[in-house]
Design a protein around this ligand. Structure first.
Ligand code: HEM
Length: 126
C-alpha cells in the first residue's frame, strides 16, 4: 500500500516543507524567541522527522525521541491564539511553496490546522 509519504515524493517533500516553514519562523518576532537559538538545524530535523513518520515514512523520529507526546513537549512554550495563528500562517506559506496535489494539500492542511489548534496551551484571558 502506498502512503501519503510515498505519494508526495518521500523525505525530500517534508524537508522542503520544513525549510520553507522555518524561513518564516525565523523572521517572526513572536515565534523566534521560543525556538532554541543555537540549534535551528536540530529543530528542523525534529519537525521533519516527526512529519515524515506521521505520514507513513520511516519511524526514525520515535527511535530517537520516543513517543511524540506533542502537547506535553509544547507545554513550556506559551502558545495562545496569536502564536498558533502565526505558526499556521508560516506553515500555510510553506505548503504553497511545496505545492502538493489538491488531494494531498487538503489532507495536509486539515491535519496541520487541527494539530495547531490542539497545541494551544495558554488562554489570553488568563
Ligand atoms: C517543537 C513551537 C505547533 C510539532 C517545537 C519547539 C517549539 C515549537 C518552540 C521547540 C523546537 C525544538 O527544539 O524542536 C510551536 C508553536 C506551535 C507549534 C508555537 C503553534 C501552534 C506544532 C504542531 C506540530 C508541532 C501543530 C505538529 C504538527 C513539533 C515537533 C517538535 C516541536 C515534532 C519537536 C518535539 C521534540 O521531539 O522535542 N514546537 N509548535 N508543533 N514541534 Fe511545535
Amino acid at each position: 500500500m502506498t502512503t501519503f509519504y510515498d505519494e508526495v515524493g518521500g523525505r525530500a517533500f517534508f524537508e522542503r516543507l520544513v525549510d520553507a516553514f522555518y524561513e518564516g519562523v525565523w523572521t517572526d518576532e513572536v515565534l523566534r524567541p521560543m525556538y532554541p537559538q543555537d540549534d535551528y538545524d536540530g529543530a528542523k530535523e525534529r519537525l521533519t522527522g516527526f512529519l515524515e513518520q506521521y505520514w507513513g515514512g520511516p519511524g526514525t523520529y520515535s527511535e530517537q525521541r520516543g513517543h511524540p507526546r506533542l502537547r506535553m513537549r509544547h507545554g513550556p512554550f506559551p502558545i495562545g491564539p496569536e502564536a498558533r495563528d502565526r505558526w499556521l500562517h508560516h506553515m500555510m506559506a510553506a505548503v504553497d511553496v511545496v505545492d502538493p496535489s489538491p488531494m494531498h494539500r487538503a489532507l495536509l492542511v486539515d491535519y496541520l490546522d487541527r494539530a495547531a489548534h490542539a497545541m494551544v496551551n495558554r488562554n489570553p484571558a488568563f
